[in-house]
Design a protein around this ligand. Structure first.
Ligand SMILES: Cc1cc2nc3c(=O)[nH]c(=O)nc-3n(C[C@H](O)[C@H](O)[C@H](O)COP(=O)(O)O)c2cc1C
Length: 418
């Protein structure tokens, strides 16, 4: 090998020093390439109790782990040599266009994760042309979310409480504020047991103990925001002080049944979505009520542990009721490829919970924008590599669901004749 002295003329063109980004937040967010990266930033910047409340699930967190695993256990079957120079990742949902195939799911206590809370989510959703859902347990009022996303699509998520009049008063406010749809969540007859919250002594509002103060030291931005913005409270409920689980159990009405769902439907003039369907039979019953959409969801693994994996349930539910009602899916989505897989198996729409909240915790509104940007890039790239130019071109042939979990007796459970 013949050596020579390095010549500036030759290596100078290789030297491309990037001008350092002055905006530290932007630099931090741009360095995040996946939702997992945003999660890591979120964890560094958010007090442990708030991060764990968001990140965690119920009991041993098996439902959540399995839902994510099911997406990892996907095999994509690409079709080659197709012109994929342009791809369209918009879709129609509830008879109106959505720029992207997902909405922001309803989440409670959102200003606990970041002071910008629901306003960041709603305005980011509006800018991206996707729907935003506000939870009954939200920390921004129905009207303020409407103002943050004035030209976009806002949906109100309803938990039926013991005090029906007060629940329905919220529904009336959502209708008056121009909300397009009501999302009735049906998988919370009682609160799931979220052990991380119990272990952290998580309360609303957060309690200051020596441990929380110590934990606050490396997270000054969160605390500064927390202490210098409107006190954290529920926008739709009376003030509460106590644990989250106690709050849920005090409020939720475990007697709610199918008749109540039909009654709610009769009260609401707009579109009705039912969230938290976990069996084919229940999907049929809910579809028979004439609702507009149902969401296969186990609440992000926060309610019943070892619940059915929504992605596994999807093909059968689509086969059974897909012609009568829009079948959507949430739980476990951490990448745009997960959304593509869901569409390939017939989902008409998806929702993201934690993926949005990790972005929010990582950087407020800009963090949510980054979540949407990351997912969009992943959806487009996955579709191009699969040879699909639109969501409508995706079919079950594009995605093999690999089975890790099969009942020992194939006649049992929802895989029975899958
Ligand atoms: C922190 C947190 C709070 C939530 N709060 C609510 C809620 O108030 N109402 C509701 O219907 N679902 C709630 N969910 C469930 C989400 O709407 C959604 O079903 C779930 O997050 C989807 O799973 P993923 O987080 O894996 O995307 C919450 C989820 C999280 C992570």
């Amino acid at each position: 090998m013949k050596r020579q002295l390095p010549r500036v003329r030759e290596f100078a063109p290789l030297m491309r020093f990037k001008r350092p980004a002055l905006n530290r937040k932007r630099r931090r967010l741009q360095a995040a390439l996946t939702i997992g990266d945003l999660r890591r930033i979120a964890r560094r910047r958010t007090p442990k109790a708030a991060f764990d409340y968001t990140d965690g699930g119920a009991e041993k967190e098996i439902s959540l782990a399995r839902a994510r695993q099911a997406f990892s256990d996907v095999e994509f079957n690409p079709q080659i040599l197709r012109d994929v120079s342009t791809v369209d990742i918009g879709c129609s949902v509830l008879d109106r266009p959505s720029q992207l195939p997902f909405a922001i799911a309803p989440t409670g206590f959102t200003r606990l994760m970041h002071a910008e809370g629901e306003v960041a989510g709603a305005s980011a959703a509006g800018a991206a042309g996707i729907p935003f859902s506000l939870s009954t347990m939200g920390t921004t009022s129905i009207e303020d979310v409407g103002a943050a996303n004035p030209d976009g699509r806002n949906w109100f998520q309803l938990y039926m409480w013991k005090d029906r009049d007060r629940s329905m008063a919220l529904v009336d406010r959502a209708a008056a504020a121009g909300y397009e749809a009501l999302v009735v969540t049906v998988d919370v007859p009682v609160a799931g047991s979220r052990l991380r919250d119990v272990r952290n002594g998580m309360t609303i509002p957060p309690t200051l103990t020596p441990r929380t103060v110590l934990n606050a030291i490396p997270r000054p931005a969160w605390w500064f925001n927390f202490l210098t913005t409107e006190p954290l409270a529920f926008a739709s409920l009376d003030t509460w002080s106590g644990t989250v689980a106690d709050l849920l159990d005090t409020m939720f009405d475990p007697t709610v049944d199918f008749d109540d769902l039909a009654w709610i439907k009769a009260q609401w003039p707009g579109k009705l979505i039912v969230k938290g369907i976990q069996t084919v039979d229940d999907a049929k019953k809910v579809a028979a009520l004439g609702v507009d959409a149902l969401i296969l969801s186990n609440h992000g693994g926060r309610q019943l542990d070892r619940a059915p994996v929504p992605f596994h349930l999807l093909p059968r539910v689509v086969r059974e009721v897909g012609d009568e009602v829009e079948v959507w899916l949430d739980t476990g989505i951490m990448s745009g490829a997960d959304i593509v897989a869901a569409f390939a198996h017939g989902a008409r729409f998806t929702m993201i919970g934690r993926a949005y909240l990790y972005g929010l915790m990582a950087g407020g509104r800009e963090g949510v924008d980054r979540t949407i940007e990351i997912l969009t890039g992943q959806i487009e790239r996955t579709m191009r590599l699969l040879g699909a130019r639109s969501l409508a071109e995706l079919t079950p042939e594009h995605v093999t669901q690999l089975h890790r979990l099969r009942p020992l007796d194939e006649r049992c459970g929802h895989y029975a004749d899958a």
